[in-house]
Design a protein around this ligand. Structure first.
Ligand SMILES: Cc1cc2nc3c(=O)[nH]c(=O)nc-3n(C[C@H](O)[C@H](O)[C@H](O)COP(=O)(O)O)c2cc1C
Length: 327
């Protein structure tokens, strides 16, 4: 590191924040993380809000929602409107916030990661990913890891915020939220989405990042957000995610081959057939996989704990530093 001559102020560090949010949930999370960074005169923050060239609807119409899965699962996203960056800008740290769609990163985020401008921006840069989703994010994370590696970026932290409700309740409340806009819980089920406390608590990551940037820690191998409860993997969902990903992939290929472009009339019966298949999968394979795992847990303990450790990299689930950043 070059010593700074006395009397000169170091140039502000530059942080790039890439984000997209349909309901505003992930924007609320990134806003909390950004608060401490924006308040720091030693930092300059550029927020790149991704805008699909043709906006995705919210709330989603039912068939339109399901019609989006083939391209999402195959990482063939709809194009973005032009970015505000040219690709020759230099950032010290990149924060990439994304939500999961169909066990893959959302289409706008995939489109960004595949964009030639992003590839230039991300080369060699430390990246912190921030996921806000229902609760199935492991396969999406793998895909994002792959896309970041292709761009030559260094993933140094991963923060994951998931809906706290029980899996089976969120299988109902999340689609109702996305298809009707109703977030409030019903029939005794909790509200869909993250709680205000989870969103507010994301500020601790911004505080820790500010501190880490002040001591140039982003130049190391990371993580910067260890001990902050950044991610808690649920390995029992792993096998369901594997099966789901496979089925999105195979059916997606079939639908794209026989049905033409997204939204075309020919796709509708195929998409409907898949919905029936998927519902069957959710009410059979998922509970059977969860029940089998509960029964066979002693046999699988080592495997499940390995999956947990693997997916909690690099930031980890430990919380020993949380008290340092309590508001
Ligand atoms: C098309 C679509 C598919 C989704 N698929 C998943 C999924 O596979 N796993 C998951 O945990 N959440 C899934 N979600 C929920 C999102 O990850 C996210 O929680 C929700 O869309 C709110 O995000 P936003 O308003 O910040 O965009 C999906 C949402 C949409 C719109």
């Amino acid at each position: 590191m070059n010593p700074i001559p006395s009397g000169t102020t170091p140039a502000p560090k530059r942080v790039l924040v890439v984000r997209f949010s349909q309901t505003g949930q992930l924007d609320a999370v990134t806003d909390r993380i950004l608060e401490p960074l924006l308040a720091d005169p030693g930092l300059r923050v550029h927020v790149e809000t991704l805008r699909p060239a043709k906006p995705f609807p919210f709330p989603w119409p039912f068939l339109g929602f399901m019609d989006a899965f083939p391209e999402t699962a195959h990482l063939r996203p709809a194009p973005l409107a032009p970015l505000s960056l040219a690709g020759d800008e230099d950032f010290d740290l990149v924060i990439l916030a994304y939500q999961v769609w169909f066990l893959a990163p959302s289409q706008p985020v995939t489109a960004f990661l595949q964009h030639p401008v992003a590839r230039r921006l991300l080369g060699g840069k430390p990246v912190v990913t921030v996921i806000g989703c229902r609760n199935m994010w492991m396969m999406a994370h793998r895909k994002v890891e792959g896309l970041l590696a292709e761009a030559g970026a260094r993933l140094i932290d991963n923060v994951v915020l998931t809906d706290p409700g029980p899996t089976f309740a969120t299988f109902i409340t999340t689609p109702v939220w996305l298809l009707t806009g109703r977030k409030r819980g019903f029939w005794g089920m909790p509200d869909a989405g993250l709680t205000p406390a989870q969103i507010g608590g994301a500020r601790r990551f911004g505080l820790a990042l500010r501190e880490a940037l002040a001591r140039d820690a982003e130049r190391g191998a990371g993580p910067l957000l260890g001990g902050l409860g950044a991610v808690e993997a649920q390995p029992r969902l792993y096998f369901g995610e594997k099966v789901g990903t496979r089925s999105f992939y195979l059916w997606g290929r079939l639908i794209m081959a026989l049905g033409g472009a997204p939204g075309s009339l020919r796709r509708k019966p195929l998409v409907l057939a898949y919905v029936l298949f998927l519902l069957t999968l959710i009410v059979t394979v998922l509970p059977v996989s969860l029940a089998l795992q509960a029964l066979l847990r002693p046999l699988f303990r080592a495997r499940l704990s390995k999956i947990k450790d693997q997916f909690e990299l690099p930031s980890g689930s430990a919380r020993d530093r949380c008290h340092l950043y309590d508001a």
